[in-house]
Design a protein around this ligand. Sequence first.
Ligand SMILES: Nc1ncnc2c1ncn2[C@@H]1O[C@H](COP(=O)(O)OP(=O)(O)OP(=O)(O)O)[C@@H](O)[C@H]1O
Ligand SMILES: [Mg+2]
Length: 286
Amino acid sequence: MNRNQTPRVIAISSGKGGVGKTFTSVHLAARAAQTGQRVLLLDADLGLANVDIMLGITANGSIQDVLAEGKSLADILVPSGYGFDVLPGGSGFHELTSLSTDQQQVMLDEMRALGRNYDLVLIDAAAGIGDNVLYFVSAAESSLVVLTPDPTSLTDAYALIKVLSTMRDVRRFMVMINQAEAVDAQISFRRLLSVADRYLDVHLDYVGNLPPHADVRRAIQRQKLLDKVGGDLIVSHLHRTMDAILARPRDTSRSSGLQFFWEHALSEGLDAMPDSTDGAETETAG
Ligand SMILES: Nc1ncnc2c1ncn2[C@@H]1O[C@H](COP(=O)(O)OP(=O)(O)OP(=O)(O)O)[C@@H](O)[C@H]1O
Ligand SMILES: [Mg+2]
């Protein structure tokens, strides 16, 4: 553990929605917490399948309350019940670009204070290539892209990687294939890799798969971790993939800590071009 260093920041994203980002984020957080890391999971997704729902916890505030009502980020943290904390984003993240200078400073100070308390910060980003996704992913130290073997998921993951690399200079991606047996996952990864190698200047790092399994759906329905309701085989498979991600070395060229992450995300937001997603889907990986 690096108690004195800045926390590692990993953004979890996907091209297509519904592929398992939130499930992965929650279980990655829980697994890291089990090994003694101090973990913060930041819910930056504004969609329906949110972290709080998956964990069966209730958010008692959002970034909005920090900006509008003078609360501190620590006031709106929710303990997950699994040894890590959740920072609910709510619509606050939506208005990243419209923060006043004072509000930006408040958030930077808050993020700086919060960052001291964690070893690992995970960001459950929304699906797709919307501006907020791009700010968060490009500001993070590491990026994990989740996809399924579904051809549209593959194509959309490629589009996301293309936009992040060409528009935001993100060059390294961990790739996890969800809802696929190991052999099918390998095939999907190779398909993605071959088109990325051909058209993009990126490094894709395959971290593993998770098979489709009824226990995953059951865990989500019961708002519990898979560890609590799943059979041994699927749980140990999940742990293997999560451990592979956590064992990847830190990217010292991009290590930033939480306040620099936030600073970077803000400046990305302020500099963003409105047409930044044009031309994202000219080649297909399917
Ligand atoms: N390995 C799996 N086996 C079976 N079902 C799965 C698996 N992974 C995910 N699912 C199903 O996919 C659904 C979506 O998962 P999750 O909410 O994590 O996706 P997401 O990428 O966060 O979605 P969104 O883009 O809407 O935020 C889950 O409710 C679950 O039913
Ligand atoms: Mg989600």
